[in-house]
Design a protein around this ligand. Sequence first.
Ligand code: HEM
Length: 354
Amino acid sequence: MSTTVSSSSSSGSLFFFYKCSFIFLLIVRTSECINNKQPSNPRRPRELKVDYYLKSCPQVEDLVSTVTSQQFKDAPVSGPATIRLFFHDCFVDGCDGSVLITTKPGSTVLAEKDAQDNKNIAVEAFDSINKAKTLVESKCPGVVSCADILAISARDFVHLAGGPYYQVQKGRWDGKLSMATRVGSNIPRANNTIDELLKLFASKGLSLEDLVALSGAHTIGFARCEHFLSRLYDYQGTKKPDPTMDPRLLKALRMTCPRFGGNPKVSAPFDVTTPFTFDHAYYSNLEAKLGILATDQALFTDPRTRPIVQALGKDQQKFFQAFSEAMERMGKIEVKRGRKHGEKRIDCTQHMLL
Ligand code: HEM
């Protein structure tokens, strides 16, 4: 296992609400806001390597980190948004930077970025990747893929927020296709059952353990009211709130998210105790009925995933190790290699001309 781990806001109105032992933070954002398949050609295995750019661009990680660390200071929203961007890239036809493509002006075929599930990913995440790519191009022209820059940036932001620093395997090529219609069925929904999540993750070569570890990314970042509104007012058609939500959290979230006419940009932090730190509090929050999405809380309710939630909630190092390994596996989903299947873009937002 090559994964080695070491440990080390946003715009708008900020409303701090401190009660008992936990914090509720409400934010209005003003900004828009392994695969297991065998390689088809054994002479060109789809293997990624940590030192893939050793000769062609040895300084690539330093270049990217210059941008990510500045971005983390200037626009911290880039952190969670980039981690989510990487996840949405990998789950939709593989980790190939296809989520970064901009729809051609006048085209009726929308790119992935314009799909409903990606529209609310903060623009700062895209900016960060484009800035890193520009810097890398200035030193190593035509060598490093946008897909790799996204993978490295996601790791950097995990680490900058206090999470593990793991080695990123590289060698992905960029995808030649980016279609909004491919997104919906490949991205999990906040009201999915654990069975549905397991099926989707398994279709990407990811396990039950990976599902629980990767969901730990919700230790930072925010969710808009629409994703948990039914839990507050009409859980599964009962006209009552979700009984698996702590009543104090319910009250705070109801104040943030009215049943009707709420501001669609209002969001609540996933981790109500340590919202800006990448730590394992996400899991102990689930044990305390403080999960925000139904899918988060379901990880504790379901007897298959509960023991993993408990184990990761007890031991931060265990979470960091599991998360790093799961990110490595997620980063290998349907990786493309070579000119036949991929491209190396100069501008991450545009496909290369044929
Ligand atoms: C397990 C199934 C998952 C579901 C149902 C899910 C759902 C969601 C939803 C509904 C949001 C809020 C979006 C919004 O309000 O605009 C969100 C945000 C987020 N997700 Fe997930 N997610 C899942 C897994 C993951 C995974 C695997 C990762 C990364 C490894 C991830 C990382 C994030 C991050 C960091 C945010 C916060 C983004 C921000 O604040 O800008 N999620 N997710």
